[in-house]
Design a protein around this ligand. Structure first.
Ligand code: UPG
Ligand code: 3PG
Length: 284
């Protein structure tokens, strides 16, 4: 992966949705890291005072989505603004809910600044509160990344990442929604980037056990699966099978089983259209 002259600092991008209670502390904590330059908060259609609190805290640029578009879209907006503000400079993605622990992100930045890694991923210690997951999303993401790249991440969903601009550009357009981390890892590795996991003393709001939390996990699982499928060539196989089935059905129609064949053809082509629409919807 080509690299430009060594930068001295990174741009921090904070995707934030309804984080009024945490965003101020997270921003203030980032000020403790000397190598963090501009800070961009992307308010992803919050319904609370996230943007106002960020502006009031000061020292940041706030970009707003007027409706909620998901974490990956907020990261994409932040990455685009970072490229305008500080071209060629690495980007540090920081979740808004890290609060004071965001001040510990220095070790995640360092390897990218000294050219030792193209992307670093923070590995978090056991969290203060108990999580309510079953490990399904994490296992799916970890196994999928290993299958596609041969590399096994410890915490495949960790969103605290620093990327050289070249590595970030290699992963654009980002995978959508909660598939963004899996997409970043696979795309950067496939582009020949060096990915490094860095233990880091970070704490965030853990996802609990209630219904809302499990619904969040279901969305994570769907997005992670989609990011993996998009990168595995499986979709192409589905299209190829749909095409084969259509040709088979046309053959049947030629041999007289017209009604049945027409129904099969219609079903297959509408499934194929739906798949292709889904593919287009993912492109930003
Ligand atoms: O529509 C949304 C939802 C969330 N966020 C922000 O994204 C970050 C992460 O969201 P969070 O609710 O904390 O998600 P978790 O499930 O707790 O996050 C874990 O899993 C995610 C991947 O599924 C990673 O992105 C996170 O880094 C990782 O901590 C936070 O800053 C949110 O404010 C948005 O910008 N837009
Ligand atoms: O709580 C978590 O760690 C994430 O939501 C992932 O859930 P999981 O434990 O089901 O993989």
């Amino acid at each position: 992966m080509p690299s430009s002259p060594r930068p001295l600092e990174v741009v921090a991008v904070i995707p934030a949705k309804d984080e009024e209670a945490r965003i101020g502390i997270t921003i203030a904590a980032l000020e403790q890291i000397g190598s963090v330059g501009p800070v961009i908060v992307v308010d992803d259609g919050s319904t609370d005072q996230t943007a106002a609190v960020a502006e009031w805290t000061g020292g940041v640029e706030v970009v707003r989505h007027n409706r909620n578009r998901g974490k990956a879209a907020a990261m994409t907006t932040g990455a685009a603004r970072a490229a305008e503000l500080a071209p060629g400079v690495p980007v540090l993605f920081v979740d808004a809910d890290l609060e004071s622990s965001a001040g510990n992100l220095g070790p995640v930045v360092e390897p990218v600044l000294i050219g030792e890694a193209d992307m670093t991923i923070a590995v978090l210690p056991p969290q203060r509160g108990p999580g309510g997951g079953f490990g399904i999303v994490v296992r799916t993401a970890r196994d999928g990344i290993r299958r596609l790249t041969g590399w096994t991440p410890t915490q495949p969903l960790s969103g605290q990442r620093c990327l050289s601009r070249e590595a970030l550009d290699a992963a654009l357009p980002l995978a959508s929604g909660w598939g963004v981390e899996v997409g970043l890892t696979v795309d950067v590795l496939r582009a020949g980037g060096r990915v490094l996991e860095v233990p880091c003393e970070l704490h965030h709001r853990v996802t609990g056990r209630d219904l809302r939390s499990q619904a969040h996990r279901a969305r994570q699982l769907a997005d992670v699966t989609r990011a993996l499928v998009d990168r595995s060539g499986a979709k192409e196989k589905v299209f190829a099978r749909a095409g084969m089935a259509m040709r088979g059905a046309r053959g049947l129609a030629g041999r007289g089983a017209r009604g049945a064949a027409r129904r099969v053809t219609t079903a297959v082509s509408s499934a194929s259209r739906r798949l292709s629409r889904e593919g287009e919807d993912q492109r930003p």
